[in-house]
Design a protein around this ligand. Structure first.
Ligand code: GLN
Length: 506
């Protein structure tokens, strides 16, 4: 009967549904993020430093929340209901971004803020954070569930899915950036919201193609009464609203988010290590220790990588000549280079690893992490040097192409291999916890990215407060580049030991 099933290019039709849902979700996420910092600086009249901190706290919480959303789906809701709920919260959040009124304006030389609209703005961010939390990890879980345990099409399915992410990001960084910067921020946010609405509709329409693989593991539990009188399903939805309120509060105390992420990351590592030392044999323990090291160290990568939507966008806006081949790019649109390079280079890199594997010279996973850190670190050092060569505010666009290319090649060495590394080095009992810890350190890296970006700008108030300090920026980029190269060398030195500790896992 299996061979009778309809397929799409040899893959289950459900993959197409997940592809489109995630494409639209990423369309809305990256679209909104593309103009967020510019919007805060130019319109809300936050300083570059404050805007960077808001961005960091937001991106950090976005990557932390899937741990809770994933747990709720595994334990109770199942992926289908969790994704639907997440998509609804996202549509609400993006709509609020589009609809909220002027949060600040200039009265002569003074900034007049409207605290009510600023609260609404933070509420919109909180809805998006929680929506991503319920959607992001669970849509990937559905992709996994469409294939059997040993189905050879599985990796191919995930590669196609990763393309969907970047196609969504590519379209929206071009479009939302253009509309937002040209016609007004609210219109840009509105387009992101409409994209998410398409995502929700595709997902609801495509339920029948998910073949029942995303249903709750035990539907009877959802009907049971919870201590507050509602049934358990509705209680979880209510809990989602509580998460929105908590995120709303946290967004207004950004430095607390950093401590929260840092402390919880290290507590999780401690719990995993205690488990490894008390419940596992030597081989399992060695593998888990290698995984923990790589999980923690990847936060350094994201701290450099996610300058994209923060300091790199402000720089593109203030310091570079964006007139390329007769077209006038906007600063927010420069971010599309990442998605564009991914779409172009992911197949090349995949081919490269296979070709290297044939000659038995493919780097190991820790080796790829080391290479990734070296590449991104060198990229920033060269970029900083390049910026120092030209003190006009019409620096060559090619430098931006260069840094985005370095970021993307480094990403392809680390991000796609990371999650599969976690599943392979973990023991089944704690694989969910280790995945969650991976996301927690990604979140920490995103937060640190905002903090680093805040060091490149002034923290003063007033009309000029959005300007970056170019000398400070060059020295910050040089420093983070050096640190990253150091971390890369450190990883490469430890690679032989880690390979031994992986006991045959590749
Ligand atoms: N660009 C990918 C996505 O948005 C990966 C991001 C990440 O893991 N931090 O899904």
């Amino acid at each position: 009967a299996g061979s009778q099933k309809r397929t799409l290019l040899g893959h289950p039709i459900g993959l197409g549904i997940c592809f489109l849902t995630e494409m639209w979700e990423r369309f809305s996420y990256y679209g909104m993020r593309t103009i967020l910092v510019l919007y805060l600086v130019k319109y809300h009249l936050y300083s570059a430093g404050e805007a960077s901190m808001i961005y960091g706290a937001y991106a950090g919480l976005v990557y932390m929340m899937p741990i809770i959303g994933g747990y709720m789906a595994d334990r109770y809701l199942g992926s289908r209901k969790a994704v639907t709920y997440g998509a609804i919260l996202l549509v609400a959040g993006h709509s609020l971004m589009a609809a909220h009124g002027p949060a600040a304006f200039m009265d002569g030389d003074t900034v007049v803020r409207n605290d009510f609209y600023i609260s609404i703005f933070f509420m919109a961010l909180a809805l998006i954070i929680t929506g991503v939390g319920f959607l992001k990890a669970n849509i990937s879980t559905i992709v996994g569930a469409l294939y059997g345990e040993k189905d050879p099409r599985r990796d191919g399915g995930f590669s196609i899915f990763y393309m969907g992410i970047n196609v969504g990001s590519l379209l929206s960084t071009a479009l939302v950036g253009y509309v937002g910067e040209t016609y007004g921020w609210n219109y840009g946010f509105g387009i992101a919201g409409i994209g998410m609405l398409f995502g929700l509709m595709v997902f609801l329409w495509g339920q029948k193609y998910l073949e029942g693989r995303a249903e709750p593991s035990n539907p009877a539990i959802l009907k049971e009464k919870s201590p507050i009188g509602l049934n358990k399903e509705h209680t979880i939805y209510l809990f989602g609203i509580v998460l929105v309120l908590v995120s709303w509060l946290l967004m207004q105390y950004q430095s607390f988010v950093g401590s929260l992420l840092g402390v919880s990351g290290f507590v999780m590592i401690a719990i995993i290590l205690v488990y490894a030392f008390t419940q596992c044999n030597k081989v399992e323990r060695d593998r888990i220790m290698v995984a923990c090291f790589l999980i923690a160290i990847q936060s350094v990568f994201w701290a450099l990588f996610e300058q994209q939507a923060a300091s790199l966008t402000l720089l593109a806006d203030q310091q570079f000549d964006l007139n390329v081949l007769g077209m006038n790019f906007l600063a927010s649109q420069v971010q599309l280079l990442n998605a564009l390079f991914i779409v172009l280079l992911a197949p090349v890199m995949a081919w490269l690893w296979v070709a290297m594997a044939r000659k038995s010279i493919e780097p190991s996973t820790p080796g790829k992490f080391g290479i990734s850190m070296l590449l991104i670190g060198l990229g920033y050092m060269v970029f900083a040097w390049g910026m120092g060569l030209d003190d006009s505010t019409n620096k060559s666009f090619l430098w931006l192409v260069f840094i985005y290319l370095s970021l993307t090649v480094a990403e392809l060495c680390l991000s796609p291999v990371g999650l599969s590394m976690v599943t392979k080095l973990s023991v089944t009992k704690i694989v969910g916890m280790m995945m969650g810890t991976w996301f927690l350190f990604t979140a920490l890296g995103n937060y640190v990215a905002g903090w680093i970006s805040s060091l490149t700008g002034s923290s003063g108030h007033g009309a000029d407060s959005g300007q970056l300090d170019i000398a400070a920026t060059i020295s910050v980029y040089n420093d983070i580049g050096l640190i990253s190269v150091g971390v890369g060398v450190f990883i490469l030195l430890l690679t032989p030991i880690m390979k031994k500790g992986m006991h045959g896992v590749h």
